[in-house]
Design a protein around this ligand. Structure first.
Ligand code: NAP
Ligand code: MG
Length: 465
């Protein structure tokens, strides 16, 4: 596990925080403190933004191939420290070790590698008639990230920002700052010039807000709750600055009548239970045709029961209370509990564990079918025909992800094209680190990953001849 630094990474060095407040990091499986990091203030943010501004002209003028080489070096440092990354995410988030290795460490390494290639290959200049269009960096980026995929959310912002020629100030989640410090060490080891990347740990309403409001920041990139995202969007709008928001989801897993039901249910349950349900793109609503509904309920309940405590805890006591509250609400509103429930799992004497939970007889307007729970809770909803399924799938304020299952891909694609959502997996399609990821409707603004993610950090200038 990474050992905590008592400082901020600003302008290429670890320097003491201006204030004396500390954040205690807790292991959610053992409920024990595992480290302390400084709680940054507006003054720390200001120092970091100044460093990022000073470093900007030189970094923006660095040839893309050189920036690409440094992102490649960062990728190699992350690879070298893969076991430490996984152990740190397990310690501060509670992720089971195999999942921490494969996903929490593996995916950001792949994404960082993809940006090492894209930074070199991206066309930063194009011809349009008698004009030459230059794609130039937006400037200083304020990145604010959540705890659910601690390293992935950081790399999703920092790697494309650096590829574009932007400089960055990162404010990571208070629950998972150790992974962020480890990332800052890797950036330093890679030889990225001082001031290009800066880290200020701290609380959202203090350090996060100061970063979002700082006039030296040109683009705020935020991932987290809709409530905070709305505020950050309003602040950015008032200042006429760019903003990217990755917010919540309530995605639908649509199983069409012709689908392989057993496979669709098994993959669907695994999708919701992994990371203890703390995935913004999770398919938390499973939509099944009325003729096959009872069979799907039985399969889903059995699959969830098999998970037991293997899914790991949720991140903190507040999140556990919130998830349990939603499970109680589901029961109150008349949904039928077929696996799990609001009580702590029997096997677990300590830790913020929630039982893998499945609800049947969920109707589209129930709270558990409308609001993001962010825990291991799946709702099975019945539909009568395809139009009914589409109405239900599109019937929330969100539109982040989804899945469609059918006997052949063409049938699933026809349905997916009618969904109001940013990303859909067809018949269990696999994760693609180059595919654009982001929301329709209130799930957000902008895209991450691949060339589309890089474009968020660029602005265009055209010269006419
Ligand atoms: P959150 O408060 O939105 O946290 C996201 C990030 O924003 C954290 O770094 C947070 O700092 C920071 N932040 C908080 N208040 C801020 C403010 N006023 N100005 C600027 N930055 C601020 O989310 P949360 O409280 O951790 O989780 C609450 C719910 O959000 C979850 O139950 C889930 O539904 C949703 N969520 C969604 C995602 C996603 O990927 N879409 C991720 C996480 C959570 P602190 O860490 O100090 O709060
Ligand atoms: Mg918070």
């Amino acid at each position: 596990m990474h050992k905590a630094h008592n400082g901020m990474y600003i302008d290429g060095t670890w320097r003491p925080a201006v204030g004396t407040e500390m954040i205690t990091v807790v292991d959610p499986a053992g409920e024990r403190p595992i480290g302390q990091v400084p709680a940054g203030t507006a003054e720390d943010i200001d120092a970091a933004v100044r460093a990022a501004r000073t470093a900007l002209p030189r970094w923006a003028a660095t040839p893309p191939a050189e920036r690409a080489a440094l992102i490649g070096a960062l990728h190699d440092r992350l690879v070298a420290r893969k076991d430490e990354i996984a152990a740190t995410v397990t310690a501060e988030l509670g992720a089971p070790p195999p999942f921490a290795q494969a996903v929490h460490a593996g995916v950001p390494i792949a994404v960082c590698g993809s940006y090492a290639e894209l930074a070199a290959a991206h066309p930063f200049e194009e011809k349009v008639g008698n004009s030459t269009v230059y794609l130039e960096p937006v400037g200083v980026v304020g990145a604010i990230t959540p705890w659910n995929y601690p390293l992935h959310q950081i790399v999703n912002k920092v790697a494309p920002a650096l590829a574009a020629g932007c400089t960055v100030v990162l404010k990571p989640a208070e629950d998972t700052p150790l992974t962020a410090q480890l990332f800052a060490e890797a950036v330093h080891e890679a030889g990225v010039p001082a001031g290009v990347f800066n880290l200020v740990t701290g609380l959202g309403p203090v350090a996060g807000q100061a970063l979002a409001e700082h006039e030296g920041v040109d683009l705020v990139s935020f991932t987290g709750s809709t409530a905070v995202g709305r505020r950050i969007g309003a602040t950015a709008g008032a200042a006429v600055k760019r903003v990217a928001l990755e917010l919540g989801g309530k995605s639908a897993n649509v199983i069409l009548p012709s689908a392989d039901l057993a496979k669709a249910v098994a993959v669907g349950v695994a999708n919701v239970m992994s990371n203890s349900g703390q995935t913004c793109s999770a398919w938390t609503r499973m939509l099944v045709h009325t003729d096959r509904y009872d069979e799907a309920v039985e399969l889903a309940a059995a699959a969830a029961a098999k998970y037991g405590p293997r899914i790991g805890p949720v991140v903190n006591a507040k999140q556990r209370a919130r998830v349990r509250g939603y499970i109680e609400k589901g029961v109150e509103e008349g949904a039928r509990l077929v696996a799990g429930g609001p009580e702590a799992p029997k096997e677990q004497e300590q830790g913020y564990f929630v039982q893998p939970t499945v609800f049947a007889d969920v109707t589209p307007e129930m709270t558990i079918a409308q609001e993001e729970i962010f825990g291991p809770v799946l709702s099975l909803i019945r539909y009568e025909d395809e139009d009914d399924a589409l109405r239900i799938a599109n019937g929330t304020v969100y539109g982040l992800a989804g899945a469609v299952w059918a006997a052949d891909d063409a049938e699933a694609v026809a349905f997916a094209r009618r969904m109001d959502t940013g990303q859909v997996d067809i018949n269990g399609g696999s994760f693609n680190p180059l595919a654009p990821f982001g929301g329709y409707k209130q799930s957000g603004v902008g895209r991450e990953l691949g060339a589309h993610g890089l474009a968020e950090y660029l602005q265009t200038k055209s010269l006419q001849f």
